[in-house]
Every structure is written in structure tokens, then in C-alpha cells.
Design a protein around this ligand. Structure first.
Ligand SMILES: Nc1ncnc2c1ncn2[C@@H]1O[C@H](COP(=O)(O)OP(=O)(O)O)[C@@H](O)[C@H]1O
Ligand SMILES: [Mg+2]
Length: 439
């Protein structure tokens, strides 16, 4: 059996599936009940009712057959028939032919039973008057019409039950849909909360709904606060250590400056300098980390601001392609720092820098390109690791960093449900760094 095909027809959403699970049994029951009802019960009842009028009819027909004159039929026979609820007339009789409406299901049973029980009936007309059964019987004096009310042979208004069933089922289904919608909403809220957390966006979530959903919600909240505590602790530790190391470093710097000038002192001073830079980077990072919540950020405005800042500092930086528009939910200072880090790297390794922005449906991409030497493909992953400096000698004279720049950018990207990708700039020939953030 091909389940793949079946799968492609079943709804994907929980709501759709639940609705299907709900609808299929109801529809099946309806169809089965309707079928059994019409086929069996209704047909049986009609048959019995028709059979019960047969003795009266055959009595009347026997009298008609035995009559010696037309007057006798129009006199005593008609009187007898009237007593039995049957009328007998000569008028109109000639026009009676076998007729039955297309959807008159019980009519079929009536016709069958009457034809079997009373072969002397020449024609049965159920359609020209739907309240009456009209029979044509041939006599020596011409055809006569034998008629009686239709409701003596079929249960009245059987469709009412079916209509009622359909209406009630539709009503119940509607109510179930409403309840179902309420059951699905908490699950959707939980999914939204989880996805917002993954993108580093704020989301006010409180567990609600059925027990299982509440449980999942509570577990999510617990996990979220554990991760948040963890990040907070890490940041606190980093900034604490960095902060406390500052004082001894300053003291060392001071002592060094008192020492006699020689190559050894130069080397020590450089080390102290570097440690200081490292601490500053840490502290900067930690400060942004600690202080900020997500808020709407306009990526285009941010790019313009950073380019303008670079230009006032004398950097050959330009805006590249700008695609799409709109805002993202992000931590403004963190994003700014990340892009600034990429620009700083480009500035250090190249002469010309270009910043492009592409705002898509689900994500935003900041691309920083330069005309420097770039990073060979096999070393790109390494370059993003903390304290990774690929070519310390090359950077030294240009005030190189401590190897934390790219790893901080990647950290910020991940906090926003995104990533950092390194590649080669087609336009400029140097490095192309793509900072992607989820929207
Ligand atoms: N735009 C770039 N062009 C070439 N190499 C780069 C570029 N950006 C970063 N790198 C390389 O990746 C390494 C890591 O970068 P980063 O994490 O910013 O550290 P840092 O700038 O502190 O050295 C750098 O040491 C450098 O060798
Ligand atoms: Mg750097």
C-alpha cells in the first residue's frame, strides 16, 4: 500500500488532523445509519403498511369485478369502499399510467407489493398527486380509478429524520471545531514562545491548555530560565574576572614604566598591553550582554549609521546592495557591535570595505566585504574560534585584536537564532563575512 500518497492528502496541522479524526467517524456513522434506515427499516415499514391495505383493496376490487352494472359500482360498491377509506370513480381513470417520482424510494416498495398481491391492477400512479395513490383497474364498464391516501402506505416525512441528523451533526461538528481551536491555541503559543526564544526575542508566555501542554510549557519555561541563568552566570563570571584583573594589570604597567628601558621591558609591556585589550573586549562584550533586551531594529538604518561612522573615521567604506525593508526584533547594541567587529576586521585587513544588507521573509543578512587577503576556506572555521589569530605576525603592527572578534560575532548571531558565514568576496576579492539573523 502506498502510504506516501495517503500522507500527501492528510492535513499537516494538528488542527486539521484532529478535525479529520473527528469528522471521519461522524460521517461514517451518518452514512451507515442513513443507509440502514432507508434500506431496511423504512422499506420494511412501507412494505407492512402496504400489505395492511391489501385486504381492503382486494375486497373492493372483488366487488367491482362482481358488479353487474356501472350503477352498482357507483352505488353500493362505492359506499363500501368509502367505508374502507378508498374511493372509486370512473372519471379520470383512463389517464392513469405507471408513474413514480425519481427519488420516491418507498414508492418502489409500494408498487412491488401491490403488483404482487393484486395482479388485477393495471397501472399505479404515485407521482401526479404525491398525497394519493391512484390505481387503474379495468372493468367490463371501462377503466375505474381506485384511490387512497398515500400516508396509509408510507411513513410520513421520513426525510425529516435524515435532515435532523445532518443538521444536528453539523451543529455538533461546529461546536467541536471551536473547542478544538481552543485546544490547539496553547500548543501554537508554546511553539511561538520556543521559536522566539531561539531567536533571542522576548515573548511573554504562560503555560495554558490541557495538562500535557501545560507540562510541556512548564518544562520549556524551566529550560528557558536555566539557559538564561547559565548565560547570565557566564557573563558575570567573565566580567568579574576581567574587572578584577584590571587593577593588577594597571599596577604592573606602572611598575614596568619605572623599570629601565630595555628589550625585555618592551616585550613585557606588549604582553600587558595585549592582556588589557583582551579584558577590554571581554568587558565590552559583557556589558552589552548584560544590559540588553530585544527590541525593534531597522537594519537599513543601522547599516547607514555604521557606514557614516566609518567614513568620518576616514575609512573607504560604502553601502553595497540593500534588499528588502522592514524591522527585526533584536538586541540593537549587540547587533551593532557584531557588524562593527566585522567592519573592524575588514578595515584591518583591507583598504576598501563594503556593507550590504538583505532583509528577507525569515532572516536578515549583513554582508561585510573587503579587498584584503581573505581567509582560505579550510581555515575559516578555525578563525571563528575564541582566541584564534590566523596570522599574528601580519596583524601585530596594525593593532591586531586578541582573536575574540569573530567568535563574539558568532555568539551574537547564535543568540539571535542566526549564524556567521565566511566566504570570498566576488566583488572585492577579500573576505566576505555574512552575519545572518533570524527575523
Ligand atoms: N577581513 C579579514 N581578512 C582576512 N583575515 C581576517 C579577516 N577577519 C579576520 N581575519 C582572520 O581571522 C582571525 C580572527 O579574527 P578575529 O576573531 O576578529 O580576531 P582578531 O581580529 O582579534 O585577530 C584574525 O586573526 C585574522 O587572521
Ligand atoms: Mg577582529
Amino acid at each position: 500500500m502506498n502510504f506516501g500518497l495517503l500522507k500527501s492528502f492528510t492535513p499537516r496541522s494538528l488542527f486539521g488532523r484532529a478535525a479529520l479524526i473527528l469528522l471521519v467517524p461522524i460521517l461514517t456513522i451518518q452514512i451507515v445509519v442513513s443507509y440502514v434506515f432507508i434500506q431496511r427499516l423504512y422499506a420494511r415499514v412501507t412494505e407492512q403498511m402496504t400489505l395492511s391495505i391489501v385486504p381492503s383493496l382486494s375486497l373492493v376490487l372483488a366487488d367491482v369485478a362482481a358488479a353487474e352494472s356501472r350503477t352498482e359500482i357507483e352505488g353500493p360498491v362505492r359506499e363500501l369502499a368509502r367505508g374502507l377509506g378508498i374511493n372509486v370513480i370512473f372519471e379520470e381513470a383512463a389517464g392513469i399510467v405507471d408513474r413514480r417520482a425519481a427519488f420516491d424510494l418507498s414508492g418502489r416498495v409500494v408498487v412491488r407489493v401491490l403488483e404482487e398481491a393484486l395482479p388485477e391492477i393495471a397501472a399505479i400512479d404515485l407521482a401526479s398527486n404525491d398525497r394519493r395513490v391512484r390505481l387503474r383497474v379495468e372493468t367490463a364498464f371501462g377503466p375505474i380509478l381506485v384511490g387512497f391516501p398515500r400516508d396509509r402506505v408510507s411513513a410520513s416525512n421520513p426525510h425529516q429524520l435524515l435532515v435532523l441528523m445532518v443538521v444536528v451533526a453539523a451543529f455538533v461538528t461546529l461546536i467541536s471545531f471551536l473547542f478544538l481551536k481552543n485546544q490547539v491555541r496553547p500548543i501554537r503559543r508554546l511553539a511561538e514562545a520556543a521559536s522566539a526564544f531561539g531567536k533571542g526575542q522576548g515573548f511573554d508566555y504562560r503555560p495554558s491548555g490541557a495538562t500535557e501542554v501545560r507540562q510541556a510549557g512548564a518544562a520549556f519555561l524551566e529550560m528557558r530560565s536555566r539557559i538564561e541563568r547559565h548565560i547570565e552566570q557566564r557573563t558575570l563570571l567573565l566580567s568579574g574576572v576581567s574587572h578584577d584583573l584590571r587593577t593588577p594589570l594597571t599596577r604592573m604597567k606602572l611598575s614596568l614604566s619605572m623599570m629601565p628601558e630595555d628589550p625585555e621591558r618592551r616585550a613585557l609591556e606588549q604582553d600587558v598591553e595585549e592582556m588589557q585589550r583582551m579584558l577590554d573586549t571581554f568587558l565590552d562584550f559583557a556589558a552589552v550582554e548584560a544590559s540588553e533586551g530585544a527590541e525593534p531594529v531597522d537594519p537599513l538604518r543601522l547599516a547607514q549609521k555604521l557606514v557614516a561612522r566609518g567614513q568620518t573615521e576616514g575609512l573607504a567604506i560604502a553601502l553595497g546592495e540593500l534588499e528588502g525593508e522592514g524591522q527585526i526584533e533584536a538586541r540593537p547594541m549587540a547587533v551593532e557591535r557584531a557588524v562593527q567587529n566585522l567592519i573592524n576586521n575588514a578595515k584591518r585587513h583591507g583598504k576598501t570595505v563594503r556593507l550590504s544588507v538583505a532583509i528577507g521573509e525569515k532572516s536578515v543578512r549583513f554582508s561585510v566585504e573587503d579587498d584584503g587577503p581573505g581567509i582560505p576556506a579550510h581555515r575559516r572555521e578555525e578563525a571563528m574560534k575564541p582566541f584564534a589569530r590566523l596570522d599574528p605576525a601580519r596583524n601585530q603592527d596594525r593593532g591586531g585584536g586578541v582573536g575574540l572578534g569573530l567568535s563574539i560575532v558568532r555568539d551574537i548571531a547564535r543568540q539571535h537564532g542566526g549564524s556567521l558565514r565566511l566566504g570570498e568576496s566576488e566583488a572585492l576579492g577579500g573576505l566576505r563575512a555574512d552575519l545572518v539573523l533570524a527575523r
